[in-house]
Design a protein around this ligand. Structure first.
Ligand code: PLP
Length: 438
């Protein structure tokens, strides 16, 4: 279904002139797919608990105002981690009740603003709790407040994305000497501290490890509430981190699988005593984004065919710099946007940037690509084209949402237009040419 919609959208992108010689790289978002993922998330948790659950989309995965508005329309909230992300959430009209602020480096001004707005805040560490003490004492706030803990359950297969290692920079490291007792005391000293937060998953982290991390946080909440003699912690924020399958169109693992695993690992978590917050990012958006790029030239080098396309490090930064951790599929289409089939040849697909490593794929078996062909790079809806890397002053590509009618007609709606050359110059100090010679 998703691939059917994608094929129609690629064809329509060429037909309707979205992708052209003048604009040789664009990004597409499948609106129906995003809605389907939001619905799958909501129903997965509704199937295992009657508790109130706020699914707060991690804005960093797709920091685009129309995406946040769409997700909110589908019943979700947002998780923000910087003043910029909070500004995006507010521009999208997300209410404070549906907004959660997490960040390891919140300034006093950020904390003050969050408390004034009444958005939920998860402190990262005990020093931040001290700052909150002063703010809470100085003015009443509607903000629910929590603390992030790191259950130190271990790493997944990608070090840079493993949040629950022994030495992770996030949260209070629970297994460190004296830390657990310190956290318990911090709650007993602060009756307004009513949430507990952990985020232990990400790409490369197995579900079982994620569930183990959540289970540890749940056990800690139980211990704190027991010692407090009341339900002081009323909300557990279990973070996000569901990994995504980049190898095919199959959406695995599923939210339903994860929710059932949580129910098995920590049944008390779901028995209705706790409200829940989740913070999924990648798994809500990744499968619904596709980069389209025209092939400009083809050549051979050392006998290896190479297609030089317009999508490279600027839209697929992680893949280019860490290809083994972040392989992406390449789907070939002809210059009219029709799927290319037939005999395959081992090829490289390169990007436009001026360094040798700017390769989207190496040694990939694909039908031989030709100049003017279109390559589609699926699964790029999170942490890819919305995370532009300004190498070679390549412009941020336009991003367009699409819907497919029953008769197959594709309608596009621009989420963000492409960056112009004037904007590139302006962002490069264009208004101050004499700044260094005056
Ligand atoms: C990045 C992040 C998320 C989202 O992670 P995904 O892997 O995109 O689901 C959620 N919570 C916090 C605190 C994060 O830093």
């Amino acid at each position: 279904m998703a691939s059917y919609r994608r094929d129609l959208a690629v064809r329509a992108s060429v037909d309707q002139g979205l992708l052209s010689a003048a604009e040789p790289v664009v990004a597409l978002l499948d609106t129906a797919g995003i809605r389907a993922s939001a619905a799958a998330l909501t129903s997965a948790f509704a199937a295992v608990t009657d508790a109130h659950v706020l699914h707060a989309f991690a804005v960093k995965a797709a920091p685009l105002v129309p995406v946040l508005r769409l997700l909110h329309d589908a019943g979700l909230g947002v998780e923000v981690a910087s003043p910029g992300e909070l500004a995006l959430a507010r521009a999208a009209g997300i209410p404070p009740t549906h907004t959660v602020l997490d960040s390891p480096a919140k300034t006093p001004a950020e904390l003050r603003q969050a408390l004034a707005l009444g958005i939920a805040v998860n402190a990262d560490n005990l020093q931040e709790l001290d700052r909150l003490d002063a703010l809470v004492a100085s003015a009443p706030t509607a903000s629910p407040l929590g603390l992030r803990v790191n259950p130190q359950v271990g790493a997944g297969s990608i070090g840079a994305l493993s949040t629950a290692t022994a030495t992770s920079k996030f949260g209070v490291a629970l297994r460190d000497e004296g830390a657990r007792a310190g956290v318990v005391q911090a709650y007993l000293d602060r009756p307004w501290l009513t949430r507990l937060h952990t985020h232990t998953g990400s790409q490369g982290v197995p579900l079982s490890l994620m569930a183990e991390g959540v289970g540890e946080a749940y056990a800690l909440a139980e211990e704190i509430n027991h010692k407090a003699g009341r339900q002081q912690i009323d909300t557990l924020d279990i973070g996000g981190g569901l990994p995504v399958n980049f190898a095919s169109d199959e959406e695995t693992p599923t939210y339903a699988e994860y929710a059932r695993l949580l129910a098995d690992t920590a049944p008390g978590l779901l028995d209705g005593r706790y409200r829940l917050v989740t913070e999924f990012g990648r798994s809500l958006l990744a499968k619904h984004g596709t980069v389209l790029a025209r092939v400009e030239y083809t050549k051979t080098s050392g006998g290896r065919p190479i297609a030089v396309s317009h999508a490279g490090v600027q839209v697929a930064t992680r893949t280019v710099y860490a290809p083994d951790s972040w392989p992406l599929r390449i789907l070939p289409y002809d210059s009219e946007g029709r799927p290319r089939a037939g005999d395959v040849t081992v090829q490289d697909v390169a990007g436009p940037a001026c360094f040798a490593g700017d390769l989207l794929a190496t040694g990939r078996e694909l039908p031989l690509l030709h100049p003017g062909d279109v390559v589609a790079v699926p699964d790029t809806g999170a942490y890819y084209f919305a995370h532009h890397y300004a190498y070679n002053s390549l412009p941020r590509p336009g991003i367009h949402g699409f819907t497919v009618a029953d008769d197959g007609a594709v309608t596009f709606s621009t989420v963000r237009r492409a960056q112009t050359l004037d904007e590139i110059v302006a962002e490069a100090g264009g208004a101050r040419p004499d700044a260094l010679v005056g």
